[in-house]
Design a protein around this ligand. Structure first.
Ligand code: ADP
Ligand code: DP6
Ligand code: CO
Length: 352
């Protein structure tokens, strides 16, 4: 019993925000300056798979991301593991299915893999930390809001805990206990909504999201206006657009929020530039297409990187793909530049 190795493997999806989180009011607890809202993507296309093993035989905690060992001296990672151990100790012998969870004082080996570009503005930190938090909760049989734990690894990760349309309530409490993710609607609510990702560059971004948002909060005068005046109202209208499946409103708000997020990045000092010329050409193409149809049929959004995420209804997708492949022909050997997916379910435990 004592020399037993406990192992659990889980997977988690990526989520792409349509109302962006950018900026923290508390760095340690990862508490945001504004609420945000996202769509969870299909795990069959983009996902993180994480295996955690716990054994008395292990000498220390270790982590491998995409087959490379990384340092455990990452304050957020350490904090997350410490919190999991604290809860395991507190919840003691509670167990989910009759088996005993591993002891809190054994070391763990974490092995995590993303099947898409890491640190390139495609929400790898979201899928990565949601997967880790979820896997740890399964392994230790923890009775806790997984989004609370995931948030402490990476803010956007709290929204990847659920499928469909998810908001992250910024919360008011100092201890962060009300800063959690809540599902606005399940994926089944709007099955016609589809997403197309254009991988403009798989390169690691020059400025990480964590560092970029610190600079913005410190230096951008526009940021105050965004989080106090714009986002609270936009959260409400966006939620309504989703509930009513009003694509033109959903699209307009999504593009406006992406634009303002990149505007506060430019308003930071020194400026932060995540969009490149290709990203801007994608914005122009979508704008021209919508103008031609005299309504919003496609929406673009860009996270902290140059890669475009396009939303449209199923009836528009084949025309959108023709348009995109005409203006941005895939280069030979690089056909995976286009990733198609739909909003899907939440984290899951792999059966084997
Ligand atoms: P992204 O736009 O991809 O989310 P970020 O700058 O927010 O980029 O975060 C990237 C960082 O997230 C990586 O450098 C790594 O530290 C962490 N990360 C990404 N994927 C994983 C994973 N599967 N497991 C653990 N940490 C991960
Ligand atoms: C532009 O969640 O990656 O993708 O909390 O510091 O880890 P940390 O940052 P992260 O920031 C995400 C920023 C964004 C917008 C969003 O996902 O809401
Ligand atoms: Co991130």
């Amino acid at each position: 019993m004592e020399n037993e190795t406990h192992t659990v493997t889980c997977s988690a999806p990526v989520n792409i925000a349509v109302i962006k989180y950018w900026g923290k009011r508390d760095e340690e607890l990862v508490l945001p300056v504004n609420s945000s809202l996202s769509v969870t993507l299909n795990q069959d296309q983009l996902r993180t798979v994480t295996t955690v093993s716990v054994s008395r035989k292990f000498q220390k905690d270790r982590i491998w991301v995409n087959n490379r060992e990384e340092s455990m001296e990452n304050p957020r990672l350490k904090r997350l593991l410490a919190e999991v151990r604290r809860l395991t100790k507190e919840q003691g012998s509670m167990s989910g299915n009759g088996t005993r969870p591993p002891s809190h004082d054994c070391h763990m080996h974490i092995c995590s893999e993303n099947n898409f570009p890491t640190a390139a503005g495609l929400a790898s930190s979201a899928a990565g930390y949601a997967c880790l938090a979820y896997t740890l909760c399964q392994l230790y049989h923890l009775q806790v809001d997984v989004s609370l734990l995931a948030r402490q690894g990476s803010g956007s990760a709290c929204r990847s805990v659920y499928g469909g349309f998810v908001k992250w309530e910024m919360g008011e409490r100092e201890d962060g206990s009300d800063s959690i993710a809540v599902q606005v609607a399940p994926e089944s609510h709007w099955l016609e909504l589809e997403v197309l990702i254009l991988v403009v560059s798989s390169e690691k971004k020059a400025v990480s999201s964590t560092r970029g948002m610190q600079t913005t909060v410190k230096t951008s005068p526009l940021m105050k206006y965004r989080c106090e005046t714009v986002v609270p109202q936009r959260m409400e209208t966006m939620e309504r657009a989703i509930v009513e499946r009003d694509f033109p409103s959903f699209a307009r708000l999504t593009m406006q929020d992406s634009n303002q997020f990149h505007a506060v990045c430019l308003d930071s000092y020194p400026p932060i530039l995540y969009l490149n010329d290709t990203s801007k050409r994608v914005m122009q193409l979508v704008t021209a297409y919508n103008k031609l149809h005299q309504e919003e049929r496609v929406a673009y959004t860009f996270d902290a990187g140059p890669n475009a995420v396009l939303y449209c209804l199923r009836e528009t997708m084949s025309e959108l793909i023709s348009l995109v492949t005409h203006y941005f022909p895939p280069t030979p050997g690089n056909e995976r530049n286009y990733i198609r997916g739909i909003s899907s379910e939440d984290c899951r435990t792999d059966s084997d």
